[in-house]
Write a new protein. Structure first.
Length: 174
């Protein structure tokens, strides 16, 4: 029987390297995926996911093991991605996405290509909220808290970004 996260977290807080290893193996694929969606770069996703684990494992004494670990790790990772994007003064929804998307049926691949291209073409502030909301599944209030913006500003950027995407995608099909 596989141990649940709360027992692994308690063991890890007591110094169990095996528990840390199990948590790492369990959450690495998700953490890497979240990091890749935020950065668009395989190399940066590797680094960002690793940094998130280091930060999370270093703060286990402050974490309540009765709470779910995944959302906490995701929050750490997203915060790190936002910090990095602020340092670079723009959100990097990478140029490598098209080559790294898995092969899909032609119509699905074409739709994916259109969406990724349209998101890449958005202004950085609008692209940022689209990525955080639709690709990293953060709620508008969570995005507002992460970016230090009012709820209305985030909601407005999201609405305008969706309108821009609609025009861009529908314009390509006409």
């Amino acid at each position: 029987m596989t141990p649940d996260d709360s027992s692994l977290l308690e063991q890890a807080a007591e110094g169990s390297h095996d528990a840390l290893g199990t948590l790492y193996q369990r959450y690495w694929p998700l953490a890497w995926q979240w990091a890749f969606l935020a950065t668009g770069s395989r190399a940066r996703a590797d680094d960002l996911a690793q940094e998130a684990f280091v930060r999370a494992f270093g703060a286990l004494e402050r974490f309540d093991p009765q709470r779910p670990f995944g959302p906490w790790l995701k929050r750490i990772l997203v915060n790190k991605a936002i910090d990095d994007s602020r340092r670079e003064r723009r959100m990097r929804v990478g140029d490598e996405w098209m080559g790294e998307l898995r092969a899909a049926p032609d119509d699905v691949a074409q739709a994916s290509d259109e969406i990724v291209a349209a998101v890449r073409a958005l202004a950085p502030a609008r692209r940022e909220v689209i990525v955080l909301h639709y690709w990293l599944d953060l709620a508008v209030d969570e995005i507002a808290a992460l970016l230090g913006l009012p709820f209305g500003t985030v909601a407005s950027r999201l609405s305008r970004a969706l309108a821009d995407l609609r025009v861009s995608i529908e314009g390509e099909r006409v």
